[in-house]
Design a protein. Structure first.
Length: 188
C-alpha cells in the first residue's frame, strides 16, 4: 500500500478505536478501491475517502459526518476530500459526483453483506450469493439498522443494477479478505 493509504490509516487509528468501526471503514475502503479501478479512477485516493468516511463517527455520532473537516483539514486534506466524505450524509443537498455516489452506495451495503456472511455456517464471503443477500434485504428484522432504501436508491443513482452492485461488492470484499494487506485487521 502507498503513502496515501498509510496516511489515511494512521489518521483513522488516531481517531477510531472501535474494532467494528475500523472493520467497517476497511470494508468501505475495499469497495471504493474496487469501484475506482472499475471506473478508471485513482484507487488509492478513492480508497482513502472510504477508509476515512467515518473518522468522526466515534467521537461525534450525533453530528457525523460534519466534524470530519476539523479532523482532516489539520492533517492536510483539502476541501474536495472533506466534501467527498461529507457527501455520504443521506440528506446531502448538492448533486453528488461519481465518487460521492459510490461512497453512499457502498457504505450501507458493505455492512449488510458482512452481516449476511456472518450468519452463514462457514462465516465466509466466498460462497455468499446475491440471492441470499436479496432475501435478507426483505427480512426487516435482519440487520435492522441498515437503511435498505439507501442501498436501493444509491445503486440506482450510480447507474448500476442492484444485483450487479451486490455481486461486485461481495467479490471485492471476498478477494480482499484473502489479501495479506487485510490480514492484520480482518474485515470478517
Amino acid at each position: 500500500m502507498g503513502e496515501i493509504r498509510d496516511k489515511a490509516w494512521r489518521i483513522l487509528k488516531k481517531h477510531v478505536s472501535n474494532d467494528s468501526l475500523i472493520k467497517h471503514c476497511l470494508a468501505v475502503e475495499i469497495a471504493m478501491g474496487a469501484y475506482a479501478e472499475k471506473f478508471g479512477e485513482n484507487r488509492e485516493h478513492w480508497g482513502a475517502v472510504g477508509l476515512l468516511h467515518d473518522v468522526d463517527f466515534e467521537k461525534y455520532p450525533e453530528h457525523h459526518p460534519y466534524h470530519t473537516r476539523e479532523l482532516l483539514e489539520t492533517e492536510g486534506y483539502d476541501e474536495e476530500f472533506v466534501n467527498n466524505i461529507e457527501s455520504h450524509d443521506r440528506n446531502w443537498m448538492s448533486d453528488r459526483t461519481l465518487l460521492q455516489k459510490t461512497l453512499l452506495a457502498v457504505d450501507e451495503l458493505t455492512g449488510f453483506i458482512i452481516a449476511c456472511a456472518l450468519v452463514r455456517p462457514d462465516k465466509s464471503l466466498d460462497n455468499l450469493e446475491v440471492k441470499s443477500v436479496m432475501k435478507k434485504m426483505k427480512d426487516k428484522a435482519f440487520a435492522k439498522a441498515v437503511n435498505r432504501e439507501t442501498i436501493y436508491t444509491s445503486a440506482e443513482a450510480m447507474g448500476v443494477d442492484l444485483r450487479e452492485h451486490i455481486q461486485f461488492v461481495i467479490k471485492a470484499l471476498s478477494d480482499a479478505a484473502k489479501h495479506p494487506d487485510y490480514q492484520e485487521v480482518p474485515i470478517i
